[in-house]
Ligand binder design. Sequence first.
Ligand code: SF4
Length: 114
Amino acid sequence: MEHEAGICKRCPLCEKRTQSVFGTGNPFSELMVIGEGPGEEEDKQGLPFVGKSGQLLDKILAAGGFSRQENVYIANIVKCRPPGNREPSPEERSACLPFLLLQIELIRPSIIIL
Ligand code: SF4
């Protein structure tokens, strides 16, 4: 599935991505965090929430006893970076939603933080 997102051309966001950003963390987690879409740093590294907001998220998660290495899975609604970090359009979100729905189905988290 991650490979499919990497070669996906279902929406225009494929045109300017460096790479898709599928998700990271423990796929057996009870807690799943879902963001809007990858930013510049995420697009470069291929990982979600690795910029300043990601560092803050890691601190917040750690305060609750969670870490992406152990018991959290993190993904985004769209897997490719919207240019200029704009909001993904409804069409882009709809095109990418099957990936996220499948992730949720496989991970089966008890808690989802949006
Ligand atoms: S954002 Fe999603 S639907 Fe659009 S090209 Fe990337 S993987 Fe495909």
